[in-house]
Design a protein. Structure first.
Length: 361
């Protein structure tokens, strides 16, 4: 089966997945999420996406029930969950933001919904905590790519509440799942960054009609994800954390800066901001300068004075978790509908940078 990558950071590529890779990943997910024949899974992402493909397999393999939606609808999301007595669903951060910002059922009306899986794009920790606190449903974060048939790490759903909350607040992508091996290139020490590598029966055979790209990404049984991350020991287990795409890491004055960390700090510290997307732009002095595209919350009128005050707060070191050196020197306000997105609703970060370059002339 050929499934195309989302194209978040470039042109989509056709990943050649096999029956072995797809069923191996589905088996790992079943073990991770403890799916069985009592589960009722609502699919809200496009059926051509690897997420829906593999989660469909999990229900077919366990004898569970699939609830198909013709497409994602904010106004139809919760009614389907309640009317179909759904026990699990899988979303992306864009949908989480929509649900956080809109009317929804009380937690007492969602006791049948046991888990909401989230991934496919960076998950802002603060927004994730607000979702859990409001709806009373655990968000279960996982990590993977189309080339590894969906998920290779995940936060266990049966953790003690204190440990679960700690991992949620620290934005962990979880532990290694069954049927794969996850490693950081170069085997660095705990907390040190490197490229995330994956091997095992879950990986694709390569890219369709792209031998050079296949050679670059698949080598000696390992798939190079292009994502930068690290591992840390939490409790007695090794958990993984992602810091961004290798191509998206900003190098300012020789210092590597994680765009995800900057985005999370901005969104958590500035109540008026719903979402932020940070990128590096060419700078004669620094090599790259930090720019941020922000989306204001519903009901907040975009205002130049407010935007300037947010910029000044960052540059003066008044944003928690963000040094003045890491703060955006330029902030651009966007309407959420104008952001470039993939078919699954993920914001195309590479296009944001291209658009900013074009607008600067």
């Amino acid at each position: 089966m050929v499934l195309y990558t989302s194209g978040t950071t470039g042109t989509p590529k056709g990943a050649c997945l096999t029956r072995q890779s797809l069923t191996s990943n589905a088996d790992g997910i079943i073990r991770w999420l403890e799916f069985d024949d009592t589960d009722r899974l609502s699919l809200v992402l496009p059926l051509h996406h690897v997420n829906s493909t593999v989660f469909s397999l999990t229900m077919l393999m366990t004898g569970g029930t699939l609830v198909l939606n013709s497409r994602y609808s904010l106004h139809g999301f919760w009614p389907v969950i309640q009317e179909e007595v759904v026990t699990a669903t899988s979303i992306v951060p864009t949908i989480m933001h929509d649900l956080n910002a809109s009317d929804g059922p009380a937690a007492s009306d969602l006791t049948h919904l046991r888990k909401v899986m989230i991934g496919s794009a960076p998950v802002p920790a603060g927004a994730a905590c607000r979702f859990v606190d409001r709806f009373g449903v655990p968000l279960t974060q996982g990590y993977g790519t189309t080339e590894v048939s969906l998920r290779v790490t995940g936060v266990p759903p049966s953790l003690e509440p204190e440990l679960y909350r700690k991992l949620l607040e620290e934005n962990s992508i979880g532990r290694e799942l069954a049927n794969c091996n996850v490693a950081i290139q170069g085997e660095p020490d705990e907390g040190e960054l490197g490229e995330i590598l994956v091997r095992g029966p879950v990986i694709a055979d390569g890219y369709l009609n792209q031998p050079e790209a296949t050679r670059e990404s698949f080598s000696n049984g390992w798939f190079r994800t292009g994502d930068i991350g690290c591992w840390k020991t939490v409790g007695e287990d090794r958990y993984y954390f992602i810091h961004g795409r290798a191509k998206e890491i900003i190098i300012k004055g020789g210092v590597n800066i994680s765009p995800i960390a900057v985005e999370n700090a901005i969104v958590e510290s500035v109540d008026e901001i719903a979402a932020a997307y940070v990128t590096g732009m060419p700078s004669e002095r620094w090599g790259e300068e930090i720019w941020a595209v922000i989306v204001y919350r519903d009901g907040v009128e975009p205002d130049e004075t407010l935007t300037q005050s947010i910029r000044e707060r960052g540059l003066s070191g008044q944003v928690e978790g963000l040094s003045a050196f890491e703060a955006p020197n330029h902030i651009v306000v966007y309407d959420p509908d104008d952001l470039p997105k993939t078919s699954t609703g993920k914001v195309q970060r590479s296009r944001i940078r291209d658009i900013l370059v074009e607008e600067r002339g």
